[in-house]
Design a protein around this ligand. Sequence first.
Ligand code: AMP
Length: 395
Amino acid sequence: MKTVNDFNFENKKALIRVDFNVPLDEDLKVTDATRIEAAKPTILKVLEDGGSAVLMSHLGRPKGVEDKFSLGHIVDNVSDIIGVQVKFVADCVGEDVEKAVAELQNGEVLLLENLRFYSEEKAGDKAFAEKLSKCGDIYVNDAFGTAHRAHASTTIVAEFFPDHKCFGLLLAKEIESLEKVLGSSEKPVTAILGGSKVSSKITVIENILDKVDHLIIGGGMSFTFIKALGGSIGNSICEDDKQELALSILEQAKEKGVKIHLPVDVIAADAFSNDANTQAVDIYHIPDGWEGLDAGPKTNIGFSFVIAQSKTILWNGPVGVFEMKSFSKGTIELGHAISDATEEGAFSLVGGGDSVAAVKQFGFADKVSYVSTGGGAMLEMLEGKTLPGIAAIMN
Ligand code: AMP
């Protein structure tokens, strides 16, 4: 796996695909700069070698050119974080861009305009990718969040750099962390899958059954399993058409020697509201009119016990409706258990949009081994897919 550390960028222009798809508020100010911070080590490596960096990214989902999606709005943030006054060009291909690139000096950084102002970006258009390729001597992909898309800037452009392409440090770390979990010999390996639906994680479950010793299934998706096993789940979220599948997963796990852990109790509520009446009940006997919205106290103890014995831990998806304070306890306790196991020497990887939001919100981000930056990309890697953005560098 070639990274920026395998190249010397002295007098070279690095064309770096970063993920600066950051959230902006109504005044077009950046509200969370994590993704810019994450790209910093790669950019600094290029500059410290004595090269220059041309940064390209998308921002939001513009329909054609729309000012509110201009990367011009984040130039000051990028400059502050990198520590260099970043130059900006109001396009990402064409004469103005080629001129700005030609004038770029060693030690300087140029940010191109939003790639998605051109429909060719998402279409993976080869001619567009060729125009992008004119902006650098070495292509670097450091955008994990879009590595599962075969877009012009993430995949196709690499074809124009057969011997001069590599991973940025962020993307390399993402790949290494995931490989550490999926190919781990540090056993027991435990995966915790939560979230709302079985259907969105089914391929993940099937793929990781070959890689883990324990699989904890929590959150909304557990009710499909409990109902399939004959439980009364009241109004809890459930995918009736996935019950057979749930039983088949339990069967497959048995054959593969994977121990599945389902919740044994839940915090049931009489409405989907933070102010609802609640009671802790056996998950197989949820009263009519009530729905399970968080893991119950016995479940939290059981899950924590499994985690405490694990040497490798993967967490994707909350075990309750953590967005509401009344139903956040299970997810918080899970975070504590994973943090404690990490302190004892386990390797822990947290990924997938909602669990990342949860670890940040509850202060666990520094207490786990690695927090992934890519939701969809991480899920696809967990599904065992080869991501086009990664394959394009490897080939
Ligand atoms: P996902 O996007 O599939 O990872 O699901 C994340 C969402 O699942 C979060 O917004 C949680 O609020 C939701 N969730 C977790 N547990 C439950 C539950 N018991 N009932 C309903 N939604 C849940």
